[in-house]
Design a protein around this ligand. Sequence first.
Ligand code: HEC
Length: 234
Amino acid sequence: MHRFWILGLLYMLVSLSCQHKPAEVITPPQNIDTSGNPKQPCDSTVVYFGRDVLPILNTNCAMSGCHDAGTASDGIVLNSYNNVINTGRIVPFDLNSSDLYEVIIEDKPDKRMPPPPKSALNATQIALIAKWINQGAKNLICEEQNCDTINISYGNMIAKTMATYCIGCHGANYPGAGLNLTNYAGMSAIAANGRLIGSITHIAGYKAMPQGGKLPSCEIKQIQKWVAMGFPNN
Ligand code: HEC
């Protein structure tokens, strides 16, 4: 008899302790085409998430202390396509209902993202994000047709790729993994130890970079060539 009482009491305690408020359920929009299509040549009228939008988010939003996976300020992580869509703050084809768009065009500094002292996104970046949402917020990929793998240059090519895709998390202010990739010293170090190629080609055992995405195939080919040439500082 005793045993039943104890079991009953235990059951009550367990069921009470499990009664918490249901978590807010955010349903990501269903009408998003995430299939991509790497075989398509790049179309100058189309916005490609990985190529065009992710670098803006990585550089301005997905840093440590803000919307990276570790901090997830307000529960929002902006470091990959799936995480961006799963915020529920993007409504495809509908700018006015997309909170993520609202906060970047907000003119009250206390509501704007990124918040001061960071500066607001510039008009070009805002227009790109708007166009991406208006085109359905898809995760399209494309193949660059005129990829220059001949005139490989650190200053005119590799450093620019780093500025677009990497230094938001590997700059002087946010040296992710202790890496500052804004200068030749930082770049030549990871070129020499294999981590540059390992991370951008997603070789097992290396952290896949840029976080949450992959560089366009043209940029990968250019970096591979630069490393194979002995990473000249030209
Ligand atoms: C959104 C932030 C972010 C972006 C963008 C990003 N990185 Fe990283 N990177 C990190 C973090 C964080 C780590 C540490 C990862 C860990 O320890 O889990 C890291 C680690 C690395 C490493 C060390 C990898 C290893 O296996 O030791 C390399 C190399 C690297 N990044 C290169 C790059 C390059 C090149 C780019 C651009 C193509 C890039 N990263 C873009 C955040 C980022």
